[in-house]
Design a protein around this ligand. Structure first.
Ligand code: ADP
Length: 581
């Protein structure tokens, strides 16, 4: 069954009446030949455990029952308890019924990290609708493409973000309602019958008593719960359709001790946006664990983020390396002593950056490797007990790796040309492939099927090594590797050595076409404010660390590097400018 038809067959309340609680049905379990408890002809038998589905509603219900007094704080200005968040979520669930949003329909969100967005992340999937988080940094053309492709029925949008999406409204006739979320902005709201006020909608909802899970019985844990589009750097964006089962299992993964290990005593701050694979699943994990949540709101201002980490006594935070870099100048001006785990992912964390944090706070930046297609967390870096005896230099090298796969996630590397599996010896480089219960098995509307192997593994497009202990080390994206005179140069490794210069804030290395060598590396560098470091000094700094033919042909100094919609370095923009005459 394709993902598309899976959405289409969902049935449920669309008319304002919640369905009667129905007995929970078994999920599509593989049939064993024997009856439960009895051996079949093949000698295998079904277990006799309850086939209750894994549901996002359970995450909400657990937080409400066990941790009602814990807080969700937004931007340091609004503090609500999980009991209050649950009350709003119930009202929102029933308000969606009243709006006639059918089960299975996609509900778009175009919003920052705040409490109202969190409530949408709960109410929409818990009522069998599909949460489609839209990246607010996309161009109008991309936004229109994905809202249309997803067939969003309703879109919830931050008031301050209206100017970025409302001009597209007439080109998106399938969206019946645009619901405006108050976000402290006084942006003008157009007078249009399609526009509704979020808080009025919530006030009209019914905060029904009793179990959420029973009120919106989920028959099948494999029903779609969320839709997130990849950034589409290589072709149109593709939709990754999460299920309740994949989301709950991924959420439990974030609780695995020794990796991220979210627990009741944590205060979790997802700086990474909710539109990026539901902020790496951190809000769901925090609620399941009973941790408090700190949502930064719409601002990524370094002083704002540092103040929140200090005043809220944040213990776990997740952000892309660019954000961690932006906090460095003021790191020692705040009391960040409560932190225990700072996750960096989406692109490689330079070891120098991680070490800066370790020196200042005693806490390094821990690699979190993932992809939208992997829900997104697939591996977690850092040292383990076995590295206690290692030298500091060895430990730095371990921390530079993307880490060990999460429980239930399988990884392998294969030869790009032959497709044959390569040894886990820390040396062989191949394409990283992933399989597991929270890894995509296909894309929405069956697009991009070449992203999967014949035996069902996801092809990540990352080149990596795996060592004997299962540590992944990313060498490059397949499209970023530089081939000079027939030899490969890793852009990531070159960036790491250049970034080890104390004046380098950011660096991106790309291939420039070259008539003699086919491709040669060129480094684009952002220097610390006021630095007068020259290309010659950078060259002298890296010469002892890399092979001679790896030395970049040019250093181009910039005030900022171009970024993609997800805030990553846009190497394709740099490649275009390098090719321009
Ligand atoms: P897209 O593939 O659309 O850019 P993703 O955000 O899903 O969007 O990006 C996934 C890619 O980001 C991975 O395949 C990998 O190349 C890169 N990435 C993610 N986490 C890390 C990490 N910790 N270290 C290095 N690269 C990473």
């Amino acid at each position: 069954m394709s993902d598309e038809s899976r959405v289409a067959i969902v049935t449920g309340a669309a008319d304002g009446n919640r369905p009667e609680p129905a007995p929970r049905r078994a999920p599509r379990a593989p049939r064993a030949p024997g009856a439960p408890g009895e051996a079949g002809t093949l000698g295998v038998m079904d277990g006799l455990m309850q086939p209750r589905p894994l549901t996002i509603a359970h995450i909400l219900e657990r937080a409400e029952r066990l941790h009602a007094h814990k807080h969700v704080t937004t931007a340091g200005t609004e503090r609500l308890t999980y009991a209050e968040v649950a009350d709003h979520t119930r009202r929102l669930a029933t308000a969606l019924d009243r709006l006639g949003v059918p089960a299975g329909a996609r509900v778009g969100t175009f919003a920052g990290n705040h409490r109202r967005h969190l409530e949408l992340c709960l109410a929409v999937p818990a009522t069998k609708r599909v949460l489609h988080t839209i990246n607010i940094r996309l161009s109008a053309e991309h936004i229109e493409y994905i809202v249309d492709h997803a067939e969003d029925d309703v879109v919830f949008v931050d008031r301050g973000l209206l100017p970025r999406i409302w001009p597209s409204a007439d080109r998106l006739p399938r969206v019946r309602h645009w619901v405006v979320l108050p976000d402290g902005s006084d942006m003008a709201i157009p007078a249009d019958p399609r526009i509704l006020d979020h808080d009025e909608l919530i006030a009209s909802g019914d905060p029904f008593a009793g179990s959420f899970e029973d009120a919106f019985t989920l028959e099948d844990e494999n029903l779609a719960s969320g839709l997130c589009y990849t950034s589409g750097t290589t072709g149109p964006p593709k939709g990754v359709l999460y299920s309740h089962r994949s989301t709950v299992l991924h959420c439990l993964g974030t609780l695995a001790a020794g990796l991220i290990g979210l627990s009741e005593s944590d205060v979790v701050m997802p700086i990474v946006p909710l539109f990026h694979a539901t902020a790496w699943g951190l809000p769901y994990g925090a609620m399941m664990a009973g941790a408090s949540l700190v949502l930064p709101g719409g601002s990524a201002d370094p002083a704002h983020l540092l103040r929140l980490i200090e005043t809220e006594r944040v213990t776990v935070a997740g952000a892309v390396p660019t954000v961690w870099t932006s906090l460095v100048p003021d790191l020692r001006s705040y009391d960040l002593s409560a932190t225990r785990c700072l996750l960096g992912g989406g692109s490689a964390v330079p070891p120098a950056l991680s070490e800066t944090y370790r020196a200042a706070l005693g806490v390094p930046i821990t690699h979190s490797w993932g992809m939208t297609e992997v829900s997104p967390v697939g591996a977690i870096g850092g040292t383990r007990t076995r590295h206690r005896e290692a030298t500091e230099e060895q430990r730095v090298a371990v921390r530079a790796a993307q880490g060990q796969p999460m429980p239930l996630v399988n990884v392998r590397i294969v030869d790009v040309e032959t497709g044959g599996e390569l040894p886990r010896d820390g040396h062989a480089v191949g394409e990283l492939q992933v399989a597991g219960p929270w890894v995509a098995g296909g894309y929405f509307r069956a697009e991009g099927e070449d992203g999967f192997t014949g035996d069902g593994w996801l092809r990540t497009g990352d080149l990596a090594t795996i060592d004997a202990e299962g540590y992944l080390r990313l060498v490059d994206r397949m499209e970023d590797l530089i081939k000079s005179g027939g030899e490969w140069i890793s852009s990531i490794e070159l960036e790491t050595v250049i970034a080890s210069h104390p004046d380098v804030v950011e660096v991106a290395v790309i291939a420039r076409p070259d008539p003699r060598w086919a491709e040669r590396p060129v480094a684009y560098v952002v220097l610390r404010d006021g630095s007068a470091t020259t290309a010659g000094q950078l060259l002298r700094h890296i010469t002892p660390m890399v092979a001679k033919w790896w030395l970049p042909d040019a250093f181009v100094f910039m005030s900022a590097l171009p970024r993609t919609g997800t805030g990553k370095l846009s190497k394709s923009a740099l490649r275009d400018s390098a090719r321009a005459p």
